[in-house]
Design a protein around this ligand. Structure first.
Ligand code: BGC
Length: 749
């Protein structure tokens, strides 16, 4: 008999009920301020499971990610600090298109988790970036499931090599923050299978996460955490997931339904759940056998942890080495969007005028549980100084005092989530044209940083997507005045989610989307501006011309009220409010480039796009199939003047058939190593032939239609370097008919 089975046998029913509910039971009936109260083990951790010392059952301690380990940096009774490294946000990591790099970031985060006594890291989060306004897009990877799934798997493999578990989240279809705990996502089986579940399927199969976190929302009427279809039929039976499933914090409403569905652990734990479960066991509504299955999975997870194995943790991490990883990974995910007349890398530039409040208060990442308590954030002005580049100090002083004054008087965030929120960013300071003219005369170049801060609990508004009048004026005045002196202007986007670029992008000479690169952000940006490193990031999400161009805009909340939902108070919830109580995914599978590309809609910057300082040429593309694996290979040569890396993207277009398919879909990607000028490399891109199938709802099957498929090798979704063709045989694989929508969906088919 194995140890876990023996332990389950020796437990009392009361102990089992405690085990399936996180160890916050009874202490937080009002549901507030739970994260950060796991003082006993690791202050600032998000939660832990119940320990039963008489049987040697230890707690499993969990802390948030994904941009690093989220714990408190200070502790009562000691002057020591417990900082963690703030790594780049997931959207930036996705823009590296570099699985090995994401793996290494995961590895470093896993190391910090291990040394701080964390057993399970609550990351990565691979929900699809369905709409630019989702407040949590910064924690997510991409609008494309293949990219999100592959990079999510790389991150998980990196963390778990340290024998620290991960929790792949939020499973599934958690694409908005507005009323996230209750919203009903109404969606077709096809969009679920091909877009919203696909990334999870890839990550589960390629990295075997120790745990999965079910999401708050409902899917076609059923809470994700209560969905047997999702958590058992699909996840465990179809995908062979053998780990443990936990709820998101306070997710779902019916503890009994959750356990029966295969959601083993209810986090962070509430007294009402204990009462519900006890009653259900007494009345036979929940069988002891079912409970034992949940308990067994929790114990199996526990038995894998360092804490259970008695390994000591040091509370010492190599912050210096990890800062170097943060700096280098951020460099690789920043995307050069525009570079007229070789504005970048800066040549012969000694002195700069830095505009925009964000240049002086750089944003490392987003807010909410995805924030990290790091020791510092390198701002752009600090990054410049570190590289020996002078900035105009009169302008710097003006900004410093403007920003200080703003924060001295700004109202702190209010409401139940206040401790997770942050004061709004200051509006841009007005600088009159005479002052700009002085700067244009005295300085060699202007840099303007635009910043955005978003996070958990609140979606962004259309206003946040757009530039406000102060930002527009700043760009206009600086460009006009500097250009009059024949000096260049570079705009930096220190953002966590997509913003509007189409209306103003013609004005500056160069635009670099720096995303939010973690604590070393300012240094990373300067590495690129000075040409120490050549940009190689590519967009993992489309930048549309207008917000309204997004197909999902018709069905996404804008300026919805902030909603707090507390089940213990049995708050009454309406079910009528469009985009709040329910949301129709009418765009179906046409998310991101799948829409823009298929329907010929112009965009500002397409998916997969990103410039370099050097140039690449490709030749000799070929395709071969061995068994089920298709491999495309191509020679890439660096034909420019700078050492650099190139990302190749393989898109596949299906022949016309019965199934309605996007114009083309990403099926593989690969990045070269650092190529010196003149150097060549053979790049291979592989995929499984069955990955060409689409989900046929009528047959409840993955189906490929026979014919000649076109394979496009591009360095962007709209820049195809070469194309090949492949004869494909028909294929069909029946799967369970699950997660169906209740009524008619108004899908775009
Ligand atoms: C978030 C999760 C997080 C959990 C624990 C929830 O509010 O949605 O992503 O892991 O809190 O902090």
């Amino acid at each position: 008999m194995n140890d876990v089975v023996r332990k389950v046998r020796n437990l009392t029913t009361d102990e089992k009920l405690h085990l399936v509910i996180g160890d916050k039971l009874g202490t937080t009936a009002d549901g507030s301020a739970v994260v950060g109260t796991t003082e006993k083990y690791v202050p600032g951790a998000a939660g832990n499971t119940f320990a039963i010392p008489r049987l040697g059952i230890t707690s499993v301690v969990m802390a948030d990610g994904p941009a690093g380990v989220r714990i408190d940096s200070t502790r009562k009774g000691t002057n020591r600090t417990f900082y963690c490294t703030h790594f780049p946000i997931a959207t930036l990591l996705a823009s590296t298109w570099n699985s090995a790099l994401v793996h290494d970031v995961g590895h470093a985060i896993g190391d910090e988790a291990k040394e701080y006594g964390i057993d399970v890291l609550l990351a990565p989060a691979i929900n699809i970036q369905r709409n630019p306004l989702c407040g949590r897009n910064f924690e997510y990877y991409s609008e494309d499931p293949l990219l999100a799934g592959k990079l999510g798997a790389a991150y998980i493999n990196g963390v778990q090599e340290m024998d620290v578990g991960t929790s792949l989240k939020h499973f599934a279809v958690n694409n908005q923050e507005t009323n996230r705990q209750n919203v009903d996502v109404r969606i077709s089986q096809r969009a679920l299978r091909e877009i919203y579940l696909k990334g999870f399927e890839i990550a589960v199969k390629e990295s075997r996460p120790w745990t999965i976190m079910s999401s708050y929302n409902r899917i076609n009427g059923v809470y994700a955490s209560e969905s047997h279809d999702l958590l058992t039929t699909l996840l465990r039976r179809e995908w062979d997931f053998d780990g443990m499933v936990m709820t998101d914090w306070y997710g779902g409403s019916d503890a009994v339904a959750q356990l029966k569905a295969g959601n083993d652990l209810l986090m962070p734990g509430r007294k009402s759940q204990y009462d519900q479960l006890q009653k259900a066991i007494a009345h036979g509504d929940l069988s002891r056998k079912a409970l034992d299955i949940n308990v067994g999975r929790i114990l199996r997870l526990m038995s894998r942890t360092h804490r259970f194995q008695g390994d000591q943790y040091t509370n010492q991490v190599d912050l210096k080495a990890h800062a170097a990883i943060a700096r280098q990974s951020a460099v690789e995910g920043m995307v050069l969007l525009k570079n007229e007349e070789k504005t970048l890398p800066m040549q012969g530039i000694q002195r700069l005028a830095l505009f925009g409040c964000t240049s002086y208060r750089w944003i490392a990442g987003g807010i909410g549980s995805g924030n990290v308590n790091s020791a510092y954030t390198v701002s752009l002005v600090e990054g410049m100084k570190n590289a020996g580049i002078a900035v105009d100090t009169v302008l710097q002083k003006r900004y410093d005092s403007y920003i200080q004054d703003y924060y001295d008087h700004a109202a702190p965030p209010q409401g139940p989530y206040a401790r997770f929120l942050s004061v709004a960013l200051p509006k841009e300071m007005y600088i009159d044209k005479r002052e700009i003219a002085r700067l244009a005369r005295q300085q060699d170049m202007a840099v303007i940083t635009l910043g955005r801060l978003s996070g958990e609990f609140i979606d962004r508004s259309i206003r946040d997507f757009q530039l406000d009048s102060a930002e527009r004026r700043l760009i206009e005045d600086v460009c006009e005045t500097f250009h009059a002196q024949r000096k260049k202007v570079v705009v930096l986007l220190n953002i966590g989610g997509v913003i509007e670029t189409a209306s103003w992008k013609a004005k500056p000479d160069a635009i670099l989307c720096t995303w939010q690169g973690g604590q070393e952000g300012g240094n990373s940006v300067v590495d690129l501006l000075t040409g120490k490193t050549t940009p190689s990031g590519k967009l993992a999400v489309t930048f549309p011309n207008n917000y309204e161009d997004e197909l999902s805009a018709a069905n996404f909340p804008d300026d919805a009220p902030q909603i707090t939902f507390n089940r213990d108070k049995a708050e009454q919830i309406s079910s009528e409010r469009k985009n709040i109580d329910y949301v129709n995914y009418d765009e179906d599978i046409y998310v991101g480039y799948r829409y823009f590309d298929s329907f010929g809609k112009a965009v500002s910057f397409p998916f997969g796009y990103g410039l370099s300082y050097t140039t690449f040429e490709s030749r000799g593309a070929s395709v071969m199939q061995k068994g089920d694996v298709v491999t495309v290979s191509v020679m890439i040569q660096n034909t420019g003047l700078y050492a650099g890396k190139e990302t190749l993207q393989l898109y596949v277009a299906a022949p016309k058939g019965q199934l309605n398919k996007p114009k083309k879909e990403l099926k593989a990607f690969a990045k070269t190593s650092l190529l010196q000028p003149g150097q060549s490399e053979r790049v291979t891109l592989s995929f499984d032939i069955h990955d060409l199938s689409s989900f046929d709802e009528a047959a409840s099957a993955w189906r490929t239609e026979a014919g000649i498929y076109r394979l496009f090798i591009g360095n962007s979704s709209n820049d195809i370097l070469s194309s090949l063709s492949l004869r494909v045989r028909s294929y069909q694989k029946k799967v369970s008919d699950i997660l169906a929508a209740n009524g008619q969906l108004n899908n775009l088919k």
